[in-house]
Design a protein around this ligand. Structure first.
Ligand SMILES: C[S@@+](CC[C@H](N)C(=O)[O-])C[C@H]1O[C@@H](n2cnc3c(N)ncnc32)[C@H](O)[C@@H]1O
Length: 290
């Protein structure tokens, strides 16, 4: 709130109520291009005050204390620069977990929760499945599988030391145990055999990067968004390290499922299936080694 909101709040700065700050923050964030200004303002003010969102509405007339106002100003100013809400909050929910998120790794997306759903289904009948998460980022997929299939023995790999450091922090935060390894997926995947290789690889075409929304383009690591040939490399690599009857599950970009499914079939995988995301767009491809 360094400009618009700050200027308008300044005369009554010490007496600004929760309701006023919510309203002015919402207007400011809308002006700065947020697609969800009210929700953002609520989440940020909840963080600044330590209240739940619902509690804000029960205390709309309560004045913010000076430290709360300073915190709110700082958080809203960050979001107004189009820093993703998740990075500003510093944590985000994924499946049953709350994970630390920051610029070291991609923010876990809702569609990736569907990938985890399919991954869990593929190993539901295996007591102690050996699972490899390729491109683990903040550890979301690996940790969610460890959480929801307590018998799973999960390894998360990534080429980014920064991402792995964040995944290690999330391991401590969640109290779950997975192996984390630094490994480049292009030369091949670690020897299994794996009962499941799961991956949300970088799948944005490099040429599309400049056209992404500012929250993604300017804040998330480009190496997590785009690495040409990564989807094919994961599929080919996985096919060579799966246990008999082992499965692969991948999230890919809109429009990429057909080619990915065809590649799985070409490599001899069976039970090839495509699942849509919450908007009905086909996003998850899976198959099983005969
Ligand atoms: C789309 S992000 C997925 C992050 C996380 N699994 C999720 O779903 O939120 C892709 C991940 O692949 C990693 N990556 C990119 N190139 C890689 C490579 N050559 N070898 C291994 N990992 C790579 C990135 O660092 C990033 O963490």
């Amino acid at each position: 709130m360094t400009d618009g909101v700050g200027a308008r709040l300044r005369p009554g700065l010490d007496s600004a109520s929760i309701g006023e700050v919510l309203r002015l923050s919402t207007e400011h964030l809308a002006l700065k291009g947020s697609e969800t200004p009210r929700l953002d303002a609520e989440r940020l003010l909840a963080k600044a005050t330590g209240l739940q969102r619902i509690e804000l509405y029960m205390a709309l007339d309560r004045p913010l204390t000076p430290p709360e106002l300073a915190a709110a100003r700082e958080l809203v100013a960050r979001r107004a620069r189009r820093e993703p809400l998740q990075y500003v909050l510093g944590e985000w929910g994924f499946r049953r977990l709350t994970l630390t998120v920051d610029r070291r790794a991609l923010i876990p997306r809702p569609e990736t929760e569907i990938l985890v759903e399919r991954a869990l289904a593929l190993v539901a009948e295996v007591d102690r499945p050996r699972v490899l998460d390729v491109g683990t980022g903040c550890g979301a997929i690996a940790l969610a599988i460890a959480d929801e299939h307590p018998g799973a023995v999960v390894t998360g790999l990534d080429s980014s030391a920064d991402a792995l450091a964040l995944a290690a922090e999330n391991m401590v935060r969640t109290g779950l145990t997975v192996q984390l390894v630094q490994h480049d997926l292009f030369p091949g995947l670690p020897d299994g055999p794996w009962d499941l290789v799961v991956s949300n690889p970088p799948y944005v075409d490099t040429l599309d990067l400049p056209h992404l929304q500012p929250e993604v383009r300017d804040w998330e690591p480009h190496g997590a968004l785009s690495a040409d040939g990564a989807v094919e490399a994961v599929v080919r690599g996985a096919a060579g390290v799966l246990a008999p009857g082992g499965a692969i599950a991948l999230e890919v970009g809109a429009g990429q499922t057909g080619a990915t499914a065809a590649l799985l079939e070409e490599l001899g995988l069976a039970e090839v299936r495509v699942t849509g995301d919450l908007s009905g767009i086909e996003r998850v491809v899976e198959g099983r080694l005969r």
